[in-house]
Design a binder for this molecule. Structure first.
Ligand SMILES: *[C@@H]1O[C@H](CO)[C@@H](O)[C@H](O)[C@H]1NC(C)=O
Ligand SMILES: *[C@@H]1O[C@H](CO)[C@@H](O)[C@H](O)[C@H]1NC(C)=O
Length: 299
C-alpha cells in the first residue's frame, strides 16, 4: 500500500517537534540566544546609559528605505515618526530609494540628520521591487556613499515608529524576530523548503524566523549580507525559482549560517494587524495597515 504522504509529512513534523531538533520556542522571551547573542527586549537595557556610551563615539547611522511605486505614500509617516523615535540626538543619514523622487515628502529633520534621495527605475511587480533591494544595498555600499557611516539599517517603509529605537540596537550584524513567529516552533517557520532554491532550509534546522522588514549592522557586515543574498537571489532567478518569501527567505538562510551578533525582539518589528499580547510590553516599530490593491501594481 502506498503510504499517505501527507500523513507521513505530518508525522515527521511531529517527531521533529518532540525531538526538538531545532529551537522549539520553549522560552519565547529569552534574552540570550544559544550562541550568546543578546535579544533586545524592553527591560534588558538602560536606554540613557547605552545612548550615552555610543554618543561618546560620535557615530553615524545610515538608514535605507525603499519607496518604490505607490509605496511613497508611506514616507511621510515613516520619516516623521522616525524623527520622533529613531536614534534621537544621533547623526542619522536616510537614503530613500524611489522611482518617484518628486513624491518624497519634505519632512523637517532634526539637527545633524540628513536625507538623500536615490532615484531608481520603476518595476511593475512588487516581488521584483523586493528582489532588487539586496542589490541596491550592495551597490550603495560599493559606491562609497555610506563610507562616513558606522552602522547601516535597512527598514521597510510601510511602517511607523511608535516607541524609542536607540543605541541598544547597534551591533555587527542585527536581525529582528518576526512578530508572527516569535512563539512558533521552528518546523512551522515559513522558510523556503524546496531544495532547488538557494534559500532552502530543511525541517531539521533553524533558530528563529527573522523578519525582512529590518536588518542592520556595521557597514562591512551588512555589505557581506547584501552581497551574499544578492548572489543567491541571482542563482535562483537563473533557475526561475522565487523563494517563498523572496528576499526574506534568503535573509533567513544567511542568518542561519552567519548568526546575528544581536537580535531585536518583535517589539522592533510588530504588525498593526496583530493584537499586542500581554507579554509584549512595548511596540516600537510596526507595519502599518495597507490596502494591497492600492499600493501594489500586481497582487
Ligand atoms: C563627529 O563626526 C562628524 C562626522 O563624521 C565630524 O564632522 C565631527 O567633527 C565629529 N566630531 C567630533 C567631536 O569628533
Ligand atoms: C534604467 O532604465 C533605463 C532605460 O530603460 C536604462 O538605460 C538604465 O540602465 C536603467 N538603470 C538602472 C540603474 O537599472
Amino acid at each position: 500500500m502506498m503510504p499517505n504522504l501527507r500523513v507521513l509529512k505530518l508525522k515527521v513534523v511531529f517527531l521533529l517537534l518532540l525531538t526538538g531538533s531545532c529551537l522549539t520556542g520553549a522560552d519565547v522571551q529569552a534574552d540570550l540566544t544559544s550562541w550568546l547573542a543578546p535579544i533586545v527586549w524592553e527591560g534588558t537595557f538602560d536606554p540613557k546609559l547605552i545612548d550615552s556610551i555610543y554618543k561618546q563615539q560620535n557615530i553615524t547611522v545610515a538608514t535605507t528605505v525603499f519607496a518604490l511605486g505607490k509605496y511613497t505614500v508611506f514616507l511621510q509617516d515613516f520619516l516623521e515618526s522616525a524623527e520622533q523615535n529613531f536614534f534621537v540626538g544621533f547623526r542619522v543619514h536616510y537614503y530613500v530609494f524611489s522611482d518617484h523622487p518628486e513624491q518624497v515628502p519634505d519632512v523637517k529633520l532634526g539637527g545633524e540628520r540628513k536625507l538623500t534621495v536615490m532615484t531608481v527605475n520603476s518595476s511593475s511587480r512588487w516581488q521584483e521591487m523586493s528582489l532588487g533591494r539586496m542589490k541596491r544595498l550592495e551597490m550603495l555600499i560599493e559606491s562609497g556613499l555610506v563610507n562616513d557611516a558606522d552602522y547601516l539599517f535597512s527598514l521597510d517603509v510601510d511602517t511607523k515608529f511608535y516607541g524609542r529605537w536607540g543605541a541598544e540596537t547597534l551591533g555587527d550584524l542585527i536581525g529582528v524576530i518576526h512578530a508572527w513567529y516569535y512563539n512558533s516552533p521552528c518546523v512551522l517557520f515559513p522558510y523556503e523548503r524546496r531544495p532547488e532554491s538557494q534559500a532552502f532550509i530543511p525541517y531539521s534546522e533553524g533558530d528563529y524566523y527573522y523578519g525582512g522588514a529590518v536588518l542592520g549592522g556595521s557597514v562591512k557586515c551588512v555589505y557581506q549580507l547584501a552581497k551574499t543574498c544578492r548572489e543567491q537571489l541571482d542563482i535562483d532567478a537563473a533557475k526561475s525559482i522565487e523563494a517563498a518569501w523572496q528576499e526574506e527567505s534568503h535573509l533567513n538562510k544567511y542568518f542561519l549560517y552567519n548568526k546575528p551578533s544581536k537580535l531585536l525582539s518583535p517589539e522592533y518589528s510588530w504588525d498593526d494587524q496583530k493584537m499586542k499580547p500581554q507579554e509584549i510590553k512595548i511596540i516600537r516599530f510596526s507595519q502599518v495597515l495597507k490596502n494591497y490593491a492600492e499600493v501594489r501594481p500586481n497582487i
